[in-house]
Design a protein around this ligand. Structure first.
Ligand code: PFF
Length: 470
């Protein structure tokens, strides 16, 4: 069956290229910027535990499902879903799953690019020696002045969007594959270095305890949803990014092995980042729940006090920009592939068009940190009391749209698609491993997403069971 379909967009040069690209998509701001600050806001250990359980029981199986659907459909997620629904004799409505993914990707990229812009700006701040000998108040004030200036944020956001559009316009192979080859190892080395620094700082134990001692009285129902949403976000799942990358995957690559590799690498990066940051937070009397500025308010302190800090700091932020870059590309790829397939645009036109729309939407986030920082549009709902427009965008996409996308991907892969077809496409036989995957995707993932949703709305309440905070 699959032999008959071919992607019009080209394909990866091999398994390694796919692993690198998908790892590039997964490893990004989510691991280094977002994971520490949401773990900090949601009390640490219990949050991290829920997140890890979600990666293993929902993330890996959904990643396999997405790669499988992509490789079988060989088109943008919208057209892949349409084709596969036809093949399974199901309704065309399934293509809206592809549409929701395109919308989610574009909304995520709109704020992702603004934060990546911060990282870009910090390359130059670190290199200039601005953090040398800095104090906690000093770095807080540098950060506050920076984010308080809409023009600066806008300029860096624009630069990052232009960088993203250039790579997307060039297509699947050139640039992207090569970039990831040194990015992931480089990131590991620098994170290990920062961990070494944190280890010597004297507060390493306290950081570890915060991250790895689960105390369920510190997590709320909303915290559980945020942990699950982050499992989707960090692995780039639920919106078609991994599906579209799967559509460029050569035949006969083991989907299971590949997915596990990507998930393990991604999780390692997040753990290394958390272990580097929390000791510094406690050492300097900073707030673990400081929010989106957390790494920009802690890491400069480390760079400001270590020998060669200007160099290592600049290098770290360069790598962070690269990590964000390789993720940003995958956020917009489903939309670009669709514009090329259905609107007859060239890749260049499609990238420019999608880029401009995303860039303009990014203004919502730019202003959330300055002109509109006091604007709380949904303050009448208790969990959104303190949410800015940026917080709401992030919440809507990561915690609602991605898990919902994942829910329907699971339903499609294990209830709609013929079982024989998934056996064939996953290509690992019909033994225990396949059955485990099938059971997880058929029952566990949909049930887990549903329960966590219901728990937040208060319709189901398992807080007493786990001793969670209300
Ligand atoms: N996984 C990326 C990160 O952790 O930074 C973000 C992301 C990329 C989310 C692609 C969703 C996506 F489709």
């Amino acid at each position: 069956m699959t032999e008959r379909r071919k992607s019009i967009h080209g394909s990866w040069s091999g398994r390694l290229a796919f692993v690198l690209a998908a790892t590039g998509s997964a490893v990004g701001l989510g691991n280094i910027w977002k994971f520490p600050y949401i773990a900090g806001e949601n009390g640490g250990g219990a949050f991290v535990l829920v997140y890890l359980v979600c990666i293993a029981t929902i993330g890996i199986p959904i990643m396999m499902a997405e790669v499988m659907l992509g490789r079988r459909g060989r088109q943008s997620p919208i057209n892949t879903m349409r084709t596969l629904a036809e093949e399974a004799g199901a309704s065309h409505i399934w293509r809206y799953l592809g549409w929701m993914g395109v919308l989610a990707g574009f909304l995520i990229l709109s704020y992702y690019s603004v934060i990546a812009g911060w990282a870009l700006a910090y390359v130059f701040r670190a290199a200039s020696g601005m953090f040398h000998g800095a104090t906690a108040e000093g770095v807080l004030s540098i950060f506050g002045q920076f984010t308080g200036d809409p023009e600066k944020l806008l300029a860096w956001h624009t630069l990052f969007m232009v960088m993203t559009m250039i790579v997307v316009a060039r297509g699947v192979r050139s640039g992207l594959e090569r970039a990831v080859r040194f990015l992931v190892p480089g990131l590991f080395v620098l994170l290990l270095m920062l961990d070494g620094y944190a280890l010597a700082s004297g507060a390493f134990d306290q950081g570890l305890r915060f991250l790895f001692t689960p105390d369920f009285s510190k997590i709320t129902a909303n915290g559980v949803l945020i942990a699950m949403g982050h499992a989707f976000f960090t692995l780039s799942l639920g919106m078609g990014a991994i599906m579209v990358y799967g559509s460029y995957l050569p035949e006969r690559t083991s989907i299971a092995r590949t997915s596990i590799t990507i998930a393990v690498l991604d999780t390692l990066v997040a753990m290394l980042a958390g272990m580097a940051i929390f000791p510094l937070v406690f050492l300097n009397g900073l707030e673990p729940g400081a929010g989106p500025g957390l790494i920009f308010q802690t890491l400069p302190l480390a760079f400001g006090h270590m020998p060669g800090g200007a160099l290592f700091g600049a290098l770290f932020f360069v790598l962070l920009v690269f990590a964000a870059w390789t993720s940003a590309i995958s956020l917009i790829e489903p939309a670009v592939a669709w514009l090329v397939e259905n609107k007859g645009m060239t890749r260049v036109h499609a990238s420019v068009f999608a880029g401009i729309v995303t860039w303009a939407t990014g203004l919502l986030t730019v202003f959330s940190f300055n002109l509109w920082s006091g604007f709380r549009p949904l303050s009448f709902i208790s969990i959104f009391r303190n949410y800015t427009v940026f917080d709401l965008l992030d919440y809507l996409t990561a915690n609602i749209m991605l898990p919902l996308g994942g829910f329907f991907i699971a339903v499609f892969a294990a209830w709609v698609m013929k079982r024989d077809d998934s056996v064939q496409e996953l290509d690992m036989g019909d033994g225990a491993a396949y059955r485990l995957w099938y059971g997880l995707v058929r029952y566990v993932t949909p049930a887990a997403v549903l329960l966590v949703f219901l728990n937040v709305t208060g319709l189901v309440d398992f807080s007493d069971l786990l001793g969670m905070a209300k």
